[in-house]
Design a protein around this ligand. Structure first.
Ligand code: IPM
Ligand code: MG
Length: 359
């Protein structure tokens, strides 16, 4: 029997519903594979602001650091939108990433056979299919470099800067090259080296690494071109590596062309086995508490945790197969149900997946 301590940040909006789904699924798959999970609920995000006045209490950071991994629902919502920057729910997310040293964000975007009709791209592009992973740098760049307000020659102004060290670029590059080695052995690094100095250092460093991974077919792409290529010919991509800011934008684009942002999981990793796992989608406050959310992204995030943090490959495969099985049987939550068809509720979808897991 293996035991795991998981810190669970339910967060805001649909967060509690979908993390609940992930916990139920972990319990069910644990029965089958002799794994036991101890879930420790940790306060962060909008709810933490309401209850204790800050988005990320010290105690929550400690609880995450003491866990084997962190499962997160989603944070944020209109209720907290007018708070100053340092008190916004999003600050909790950035704080955990930094405090836990989670510099590598892994965001797979794959077009599932069963959902081709939901892909917004032209039919022949959807038919060709795609299966890529975006590796986004997560603790550097514009999100964490010098920023502020000051009085300039034109009066009051604000600035955000982009700073990357060679060390930061190298370590995210290593993750991307290693991932490429386990997949299609193709890596595209995305930057804006025709304009930005930080991108030129990014590119030089990636080129240095490419020499250490001669089996990987490496290329560079400028970010504006990349945003176009993603919708023109997504099949060309296998592994993509990019900065925090560009990765934020491109991963939303990549998720949207799968037609199913409610299905996509993500992992944030650092030097240790401890990771944070969360859906790519947000807290969807408009449907919170209505039993209409799609729990699949959270469930697949739990599968990623099993695989990447706990080395429980078979259990992870089993969860993913159960999700595919339920989708193949035609069940859809409202976000992915074709117009005019009947959707299942969040709780029904969870039941179906658990039935499939326990078969
Ligand atoms: C994401 C989100 C976050 C980010 C926000 C909520 C801070 O958009 O995880 O992509 O920008 O990293
Ligand atoms: Mg984002």
């Amino acid at each position: 029997m293996s035991y795991y301590n998981i810190a669970v940040i339910e967060g805001d909006g649909i967060g509690p519903e979908i993390t609940g789904a992930a916990m139920e699924v972990l319990r069910a798959v644990g029965e089958k594979f002799n794994l036991r999970f101890n879930f420790n609920k940790v306060l962060a995000g909008g709810r933490a602001i309401d209850e204790v006045g800050v988005p990320l209490p010290e105690e929550s950071i400690r609880a995450c650091l003491e866990s084997d991994s962190v499962l997160l629902g989603a944070v944020g919502g209109p209720k907290w939108d007018s708070l100053p920057g340092h008190l916004r729910p999003e600050k909790a997310l950035l704080g955990i990433r930094k405090e836990l040293g989670l510099y590598a964000n892994i965001r797979p975007a794959r077009l599932l056979e069963e959902l081709k009709s939901a892909c917004p791209l032209r039919e022949e592009i959807a038919d060709a299919g795609f299966d890529m992973v975006i590796v986004r740098e997560l603790t550097g760049g514009m999100y964490f470099s010098e920023s502020g307000r000051r009085n300039g020659s034109n009066g009051h102004e604000a600035f955000d800067t982009e700073c990357y060290s060679e060390m930061e670029i190298r370590r995210i590059g290593v993750i991307a090259f290693q991932l490429a080695m386990t997949r299609g052995k193709k890596l595209v690094s995305i930057d804006k080296a025709n304009v930005l100095e930080s991108s030129r250092l990014w590119r030089e460093t990636m080129h240095g690494l490419a020499k250490e991974y001669p089996q990987v077919e490496y290329s560079d792409m400028l970010v504006d071109n990349a945003s176009m290529q993603l919708i023109r010919d997504p099949k060309q991509f296998d592994v993509v590596v990019t900065s925090n800011m560009f990765g934020d934008i491109l991963s939303d684009e990549a998720s949207q062309i799968t037609g199913s942002i409610g299905l996509l999981p993500s992992a944030s990793l650092g030097e240790t086995k401890r990771g944070m796992y969360e859906p790519i989608h947000g807290s969807a406050p408009d449907i919170a508490g209505q039993d209409r959310a799609n729990p699949i992204a959270a469930i697949l995030s739990a599968a990623m945790m099993l695989r990447m943090s706990f080395n429980q490959e078979a259990a992870a495969d089993h969860v993913e197969a159960a999700v595919s099985g339920v989708l193949a049987s035609g069940y859809r939550t409202a976000d992915i149900a074709p117009p005019g068809t009947e959707a299942v509720s969040c709780s029904r979808m969870i039941e179906l997946i658990i039935e499939e897991i326990s078969k």
